[in-house]
Design a protein around this ligand. Structure first.
Ligand code: BGC
Length: 759
């Protein structure tokens, strides 16, 4: 996203840059043109300058709005390939100068919502649709998915990431990567690794134990790499135990390539890394967005002996291996006309599958129900987050429109009141600078404040049959959320809930709250006041249509939380070690201020360095181990129908265990259930953060297909030994057992499956 090229190099300038190099070459390989069979020869035929150019990004404006590109070397038939963001859809400019055509891309649900589907088929379909847009708009590599663990719910980019659990996140990432890559284009899993906060993200030092890295923070990448081989990986900006990620040989060469068998290419985040020789010798193949400085620096480093040319050759070889796979290299004639209409349906299906029913009393409503629609979010629905993870989508359907198109009758007076109010708020918001006078595109814009007119609410309660209140939260790259204002509800929001609940309940009517949010919000203090609660995250351009279908029962919700909703933000195990600085102070530690300059600072806690003191006890691993009550647990989600399970059976199979459960729909509507298998820790063992094991760890899961009434499906789940860290020599220690957690219907319960002594 950052453009570090001093000369915003268009194609002409590249030619100017390339030609002098060409002039000086002895053309010992005159006819050599790059092919997938001659990569070593091509590396040999390159000059030192050309090699440097290949591992450094160049700004080539082939696709307007793409984040980066590689440098072409025409004499050897090496084209420039194009890289573009990001997880919720392809991010390119929607319009181009002097061109009447538009280049919008589908705005899919955010990453967190993908994980909330617990459905790898649906995630794969989104990947295919997104990959098709990448292909048809002439891009080669999509800079997605984002896979960092939700260490703390206030991380500003959690919405792009999947989960607090490495298995769910890793499997979701793998399904997405396979889907995108099935279209013949590449992915870039990011940000590798431990990029769990945005405050001072360019230089903060994440201090973490080997165990937490291996079982939590690296495990997610390990699963994704082993299961799907992304074409590329993006290193993060932050330092890890004192070494910057892009300069981290242990991370890139030993772990990623050595231990996990990653076969692709590694690139920096935009502006990440500092010492060219360290970046290249660590195996970080490409420096993005690059620029002439980096080319010169690499050449200098080889000439003065700081960098071994063999290390540079290895990186160049991997960049060429990437290039030969791309549609650009293969001469694919892209159409610039992907089928946006059919992709919109794929996004809508994912939003249906990812929405979680948290509380159910009255839902679903009959078609034609009269709804009074409250909350500014109902009229200014949020489809996605901000920053490089945002998408230029063709439209966003507001909830108001989705409900009226979906057959609900909206209360006219409430609708009119909000329409007027939103006009005033739009003017107020436009006049507020986002941060310290800097109206930067990647910062979130001021949101409308909550409105409350008691008389209007009381009158509406007499007319409408029910009320829906939408609450919203947005976040994005470069800033973390502040718990005081982003986790906790504002007094305006609380007053709105109180007033609507009181008025509608006194008329014998119900209230539904819809959480249109980028992550966790406080629910414990008000959930008893309302009848139904849905969380639909930031569900993409058509997400409100999915919500309308769920409200009226055309769709039965089947999402499960990929995160914990704690009672208080302070209950999260990392909250003592997570930055919470006010906006005016944050300006000193923001995205655009401090680039890594080779110095690891240890001055200010949670800013210069962050201690991962909670170790592996992240999210539910902590809450379940210390018996701390939460508002809604990880894995939770209700349904409009009920399911019955057979006694689950477990057997030892090669390389792991297989758990099978027969699921039967015993309710009166068709629906889907999720089987979640956890490895449970013996209850009597003490909780020891330093060496203990968590009470619960997700080890496998599966979602059923749509089950009609009385229909059954036998779900079989393979649990590989290698992800069971407690296993020794292929066996679980005494007392450990697999436990199935079920959350459909109207309850959340567990079933102990087996004692490890039989296995
Ligand atoms: C972000 C990356 C993104 C890149 C290119 C960086 O600021 O951290 O996620 O891919 O910009 O836009």
């Amino acid at each position: 996203m950052l453009n570090l090229c001093s000369n915003n190099t268009p194609m002409k300038k590249i030619i100017v840059l390339v030609l002098p190099v060409l002039a000086g070459i002895v053309l010992n390989a005159k006819d050599l043109k790059l092919s997938e069979n001659n990569i070593p020869e091509t590396v040999k035929a390159l000059t030192l300058e050309e090699k440097a150019m290949l591992v450094v990004g160049f700004k080539v404006e082939k696709v307007s709005g793409a984040a980066g590109a590689t440098c072409p070397i025409p004499r050897l038939g090496i084209p420039s390939i194009t890289l573009a963001d990001g997880p919720a859809g392809l991010r390119i400019n929607p319009t181009r100068d002097g061109d009447e055509q538009t280049y919008y891309c589908t705005g899919f649900p955010i990453g967190m919502m993908m994980a909330s589907t617990w459905n790898r088929d649906v995630v794969g379909k989104v990947g295919q649709a997104m990959g098709n847009e990448v292909l048809e708009y002439g891009v080669d590599v999509l800079l997605a998915p984002g896979a960092n663990i939700h260490r703390n719910s206030m991380c500003g980019r959690n919405f792009e990431y999947y989960s607090e659990d490495p298995l769910l996140a890793g499997r979701t990432a793998a399904a997405f990567i396979s889907g995108v890559q099935s279209q013949g284009v590449g992915t870039c899993i990011k940000h590798f690794a431990l990029n769990n906060q945005e405050t001072n993200r360019l230089i903060c030092n994440s201090i973490v134990s080997d165990r937490a890295m291996s079982e939590i923070y690296l495990r997610v990448f390990e699963i994704a790499v082993k299961e799907s081989q992304p074409w590329t990986v993006m290193t993060s900006y932050n330092c890890i135990n004192g070494i910057q990620a892009a300069e981290n040989k242990w991370l890139i060469s030993d772990k990623l390539r050595g231990d996990w068998g990653f076969e692709g290419c590694v690139m920096t985040d935009w502006g990440g890394g500092y010492r060219a020789e360290k970046i290249i010798s660590s195996g970080n193949d490409m420096i993005q967005p690059g620029g002439q400085y980096w080319c010169d620096e690499i050449v200098r480093a080889v000439r003065d002996g700081r960098l071994d040319e063999k290390d540079l050759d290895a990186c160049v070889g991997r960049v060429l291996e990437l290039i030969v796979k791309t549609p650009t290299f293969k001469g694919y004639k892209y159409s610039d006309k992907p089928d946006l209409a059919s992709h919109a349906l794929v996004g809508r299906e994912a939003a249906e599958e990812g929405t979680v029913l948290l509380k159910r009393t009255a839902l679903p409503y009959a078609e034609g129900t009269g709804v009074a629609l409250f909350g500014v979010g109902s009229y200014d629905f949020v489809a996605g987050g901000t920053g490089s993870g945002d998408v230029h989508r063709p439209y966003i359907i507001d909830l108001r429109d989705a409900l009226s198109q979906g057959g609900f009758k909206l209360d006219g007076a409430v609708d009119e009141y909000y329409s007027e109010f939103m006009k005033l708020e739009a003017v107020r918001c436009r006049n507020i600078d986002t941060e310290a006078g800097l109206n930067l595109w990647f910062l979130e814009k001021e949101r409308p404040l909550e409105a409350l007119n008691r008389e209007l609410v009381e009158n509406a309660a007499k007319r409408a049959q029910t009320a829906v209140i939408t609450l919203t939260r947005v976040s994005g790259e470069s800033k973390d959320r502040l718990a005081a204002t982003s986790f906790y509800l504002s007094s305006g929001e609380m007053d709105l809930i109180d007033c609507v609940a009181e008025a509608f309940h006194s008329e014998g009517k119900t209230v539904t709250v819809l959480l249109n949010v980028c992550g966790a919000v406080e629910t414990a203090s008000w959930k008893d006041k309302v009848d139904d609660i849905l969380i639909c995250y930031l569900p993409g351009q058509d997400g409100s249509r999915a919500v309308a279908d769920i409200l009226c029962g055309r769709v039965n919700p089947s999402g499960r939380l990929p995160l914990t909703l704690p009672i208080r933000w302070e209950d999260e195990p990392s909250s003592r070690n997570f930055p919470q600085i006010l906006a005016d102070k944050a300006a000193n530690y923001s995205f655009y201020r401090n680039f890594y300059d080779g110095v690891v600072r240890n001055d200010v806690k949670n800013i210069d360095y962050t201690l991962y003191e909670e170790d592996i006890f992240v999210g539910y691993r902590y809450h379940s181990s210390v018996g701390q009550e939460v508002s809604y647990p990880f894995g939770y989600g209700l349904s409009y129908t009920d399911f019955e399970w057979s006694e689950p059976a477990t057997r030892k199979v090669a390389g792991g265990w297989e758990v099978s459960v027969k699921v039967k729909n015993i309710g009166s509507r068709e629906g889907k259930d999720v089987v979640e298998i956890y490895l449970a820790h013996p209850a009597d063992e003490e909780y020891l953060p330093a060496e203990g094991r968590p009470a619960l760890e997700l080890k496998g899961y599966a979602k059923t297909g749509t089950l009609g009434c009385r229909e059954t499906e036998t779900v079989k789940i393979f649990i590989p030994e290698w992800i069971c860290d407690a296993a020794q020599g292929g066996k679980l220690p005494k007392g450990y057992c697999f436990t199935a957690l079920r959350s459909a219907g109207s309850h959340f319960s567990s079933k102990k499956i087996c004692d490890s002594s039989n296995l």
